[in-house]
Ligand binder design. Structure first.
Ligand code: GDP
Length: 424
C-alpha cells in the first residue's frame, strides 16, 4: 500500500501532524522533495518537535525513514536536527534513516546566493526562506549540484567541486560583488559531512523497489502545498520543487510505481507565508485575532503567516492537482471563536465570477466572494466521534466536502496525536 500525504493549500496545513498520526500503520515514511525551507511541527507523548528535513515518521521507532532523491539536503542543518532529536531520546541510525545517493546537497554558498539575491530584489523579493533552496535546485538543472553519492568518493568529489566552485565564484564575485567562495573551506565542509553520513547514503530506489515487492506499507510525505508547486503553484512565488503527489514516486526513486492513496491535508481556514497573491487575505484586527488563535507563525522562520477565511477556489484546485482521494481537515478548533464563519466560495476577476483558480495577473486582481455559515462557537477540542461534534461543525465539514469535491475522512480538532474524528 502506497500512500501520499500532501498539502492542498499554501503549506502549513498540519501535514506533519497527520503523518505522525497515520504513520502508525506504516513501515516506511519517505520525504520526496524540498529541503529545510519549511517545518513540520509534531506534538506527541514524547514532546514537541520541529522537523525541517527528517520525515515525520522518525518519531516512531518501528518506522524506517527515507530522504529521497527529490530532496535538497543541507547536511549541517540535518546534523543539528538529528542532534536535537537524540537529546529528546529519539534513536537515529543507518538502520532507520536512509539518504538517497541521488539527493542534491545544499551548500553554504547556496544559502549565501539566496540571501544575496533576495537583498538585490529588495522590494520585489519572492519571499525566499533564505535556506538556499532556489539556488540549489537551479544548480540541479544546470547540472552543477553536488549529490550525496559524491560524498562516497572523496577524490571524485574534490575534482567536481573544483570546477563548480570556480563557476559559482564567478557569480558571487561578478554579479553580487561578494567575496569568492573558498574551495578549501567547501571541501573541508563536505569531507566532515561525508564522514558523518557515509553510512546513511544508499540507493533508495533499490531499497524501496524491494520494499514494494515485499508488500511493505509506504507513506510519502510532502512539504509545502499544491499552491507552492513549481508547475502548478502561484509561480514565481512558489517553491523550487514539485510538491504534488504525482512526484512522490519520482522523488523517492521508484518512478514506475503508482500510488494507491492520496490524502490531502487541508486547513479549515487559509494561511500563507511569504510573498505572492493571496486572494482571501485579511488585515488588521480581524487577521490578528485569527493569527493569534491559530498560532500562525512559521515553523522554520518564525515569520507571522498571512491569514484569511477558507478559500474554496484555491482548495478545489489543490485537490484536483494533488489527485486527492480523501481529505484530512485540520485546525477546525481554531474557528471555535467565530459566531459566523466566512468562506470564500468564488473569485471575482474583473467583474466575472469564477470558481476556477486563475493564473498570472488574473490572480493578482481576483477579489474574494464571501458567504457566511453558522459557527459552532464552543470548545470542540474534546470531540473524538461524530456524535461528539456540534451540528454546525458537521455542516461546515459537509459543505467544504461538497465545494472542493473530495471526501473529508479526518477532522482534526487539536494538535495532539489523538485529537481528531474519523468521519468514515
Ligand atoms: P505542516 O508543515 O503542514 O506540517 O504544518 P505546520 O507544522 O507548519 O503547522 C501546523 C501547526 O498546527 C502545527 O503547530 C501543528 O501542531 C498544529 N496543528 C495541526 N493540526 C491542528 C489542529 O487540528 N488543531 C490545532 N489547534 N493545531 C493543529
Amino acid at each position: 500500500m502506497l500512500t501520499s500525504i500532501v498539502g492542498i493549500n499554501w503549506g502549513d496545513e498540519g501535514k506533519g501532524r497527520m503523518v505522525d498520526l497515520l504513520s502508525e500503520e506504516q513501515d516506511i515514511v519517505v520525504r520526496y522533495q524540498g529541503g529545510n525551507n519549511a517545518g513540520h511541527t509534531v506534538i506527541n507523548e514524547r514532546g514537541k518537535f520541529v522537523l525541517n528535513l527528517l520525515p515525520s515518521g522518525i518519531l516512531r521507532p518501528d518506522v524506517v525513514c527515507v530522504m529521497g532523491n527529490g530532496m535538497a539536503i543541507d547536511l549541517a542543518h540535518l546534523e543539528g536536527e538529528i542532534g536535537r532529536l537524540r537529546e529528546a531520546g529519539v534513536e537515529i541510525s543507518p538502520a532507520n534513516l536512509k539518504i538517497s545517493d541521488r539527493a542534491i546537497l545544499t551548500l553554504p554558498y547556496h544559502v549565501q546566493l539566496d540571501c544575496l539575491e533576495e537583498e538585490r530584489l529588495a522590494g520585489e523579493k519572492y519571499g525566499s526562506t533564505r535556506r538556499g533552496i532556489g539556488p540549489v535546485y537551479g544548480d540541479k538543472y544546470l547540472k552543477k549540484a553536488i549529490r550525496a553519492c559524491d560524498l562516497l568518493n572523496l577524490d571524485y568529489l574534490a575534482k567536481r567541486l573544483k570546477g563548480i566552485v570556480a563557476y559559482k565564484s564567478l557569480m558571487v564575485e561578478g554579479v553580487y560583488k561578494a567575496d569568492p567562495i573558498s574551495y578549501d573551506e567547501m571541501l573541508a565542509w563536505l569531507t566532515k559531512y561525508a564522514n558523518m553520513f557515509r553510512e546513511y547514503i544508499i540507493d533508495t530506489g533499490i531499497y524501496l523497489t524491494n520494499a514494494v515487492k515485499e508488500g511493505k506499507r509506504i507513506m510519502f510525505e510532502a512539504q509545502l502545498g499544491a499552491l507552492r508547486d513549481i508547475d502548478f503553484g502561484i509561480y514565481p512565488y512558489t517553491s523550487s520543487s514539485s510538491t504534488i503527489a504525482a512526484y512522490a514516486p519520482i522523488g523517492s526513486g521508484i518512478p514506475g510505481i503508482g500510488l494507491d492513496n492520496v490524502i490531502g491535508i487541508m486547513k479549515a481556514y487559509s494561511t500563507c507565508v511569504g510573498e505572492g497573491p493571496f486572494t482571501c487575505e485579511w488585515f488588521g484586527e480581524e487577521a490578528e485575532e485569527l493569527r493569534r488563535a491559530g498560532g500562525e507563525y512559521g515553523a522554520a522562520t518564525g515569520r507571522p503567516r498571512r491569514v484569511g477565511p477558507f478559500d474554496v477556489v484555491a482548495s478545489r484546485y489543490g485537490c484536483r492537482v494533488q489527485g486527492a482521494n480523501e481529505i484530512a481537515l485540520t485546525k477546525t478548533d481554531i474557528l471555535s471563536y467565530m459566531k459566523k464563519i466566512p468562506i470564500c466560495v468564488a473569485y471575482d476577476v474583473n467583474g466575472v465570477r469564477t470558481t476556477e483558480f486563475p493564473m498570472g495577473d488574473a490572480l493578482n486582481v481576483a477579489k474574494p466572494v464571501i458567504e457566511y455559515v453558522d459557527g459552532w462557537n464552543c470548545d470542540i477540542s474534546g470531540c473524538r466521534t461524530i456524535e461528539d461534534m456540534p451540528k454546525e461543525l458537521i455542516a461546515y465539514v459537509k459543505k467544504l466536502e461538497e465545494l472542493v469535491d473530495c471526501k473529508i475522512k479526518y477532522v482534526s480538532v487539536g494538535a495532539e496525536r489523538e485529537a481528531y474524528v474519523q468521519m468514515f
